[in-house]
Ligand binder design. Structure first.
Ligand SMILES: CC(C)(COP(=O)(O)OP(=O)(O)OC[C@H]1O[C@@H](n2cnc3c(N)ncnc32)[C@H](O)[C@@H]1OP(=O)(O)O)[C@@H](O)C(=O)NCCC(=O)NCCS
Length: 258
């Protein structure tokens, strides 16, 4: 049964196939095209694949918030996993690792001890209205209700795209004069009680042919080397001789104690 979560919104989970479809459609129209289109290093993880994996394995944990017209305006995606709790072991392969590790834990029948936030997607027309807080609070609450010890998050710092060549380690230290984190999405996590563990430099690795990337990004990729492109957190590395281009997205590990 849908649960009221906010005076304007209704929570529904992806064990209903209609909800899973709405979730896919929302992610597809909100994320940069290349994120959903580029080929994954591991077919369990990126783009459309990651939603397939999460909805198949943990459908009751994947949820949307619907508005009064029954439109999904927020998609929240996460996974439970077994972990020692030693955050120093959270790897540089953040997002890719999290989905693969959670899947291995489930396959091995290990009882989850932690949750890992993977994506919170707000419909473009609803962004900037405080919904990131509503969504993340609900994810934390679900993880807490399951008795999990902490919620990990390989956070995609959304304004890193404004500093694509700045090393991630420097970017995540940037704070405003009032002391709060410069990055809006990291700031949401910190305001809700999360702390930074460190950069995960190779959180998401995506590959494809240069002509495919040129189409996904509407870019001229006629030279080899790094290309700074819109909505990317780091440059795309193009190798025309190999007919291949790779995007390695840096994220930041943050931890919400529960
Ligand atoms: C990143 C995202 C989740 C933020 O959600 P949101 O509902 O727009 O954000 P909120 O309105 O809750 O605001 C969160 C913070 O960001 C700030 N913010 C929101 N939009 C902003 C903008 N365009 N420019 C600068 N800051 C902005 C808000 O001021 C707020 O910070 P504050 O509370 O310190 O003032 C949303 O933009 C989104 O879905 N983006 C696409 C998918 C994505 O990148 N997801 C994150 C990785 S999984």
């Amino acid at each position: 049964m849908p649960t009221r979560t906010h005076e304007e919104f209704t929570l529904r989970t992806a064990d209903d196939p209609d909800v899973a479809r709405a979730m896919r459609a929302l992610v597809a129209r909100t994320w940069p095209r290349y994120l959903a289109a580029a080929g994954p290093a591991d077919p369990m993880t990126q783009g459309a694949y990651f939603l397939d994996t999460l909805c198949a394995r943990w459908p009751a944990l994947q949820f949307v918030l619907e508005d009064e017209h029954g439109e999904a305006v927020v998609s929240c995606n996460w996974a439970p996993m077994a972990h020692s709790g030693n955050t120093a072991t959270l790897p540089a392969e953040g997002w890719d690792w999290a989905i693969a590790h959670a899947s291995r834990c489930q396959d091995a029948g290990l009882a989850p001890t932690h949750g890992c936030a993977l994506a919170i997607t707000i419909a473009p027309e609803h962004q900037g209205r405080g919904l990131a807080y509503v969504a993340l609070k609900h994810m934390r609450q679900l993880a807490s209700d399951m008795g999990l010890r902490a919620l990990y998050a390989p956070v995609r710092p959304n304004h890193k795209e404004r500093f694509p060549t700045l090393p991630i380690g420097k970017y995540i230290e940037m704070r405003r004069p009032d002391g709060l984190l410069q990055d809006p999405w990291m700031r949401v996590h910190e305001r809700l009680g999360a702390h930074i563990v460190g950069a995960c430099e190779r959180s998401m690795c995506l590959g494809g042919r240069p002509d495919e990337w040129a189409d996904w990004c509407d870019a001229d990729l006629s030279t080899s080397g790094p290309h700074v492109l819109p909505r990317m957190l780091s440059p795309l590395e193009v190798d025309l001789d190999a007919d291949w281009a790779v995007y390695v997205e840096p994220n930041v590990w943050m931890v919400h104690p529960l």
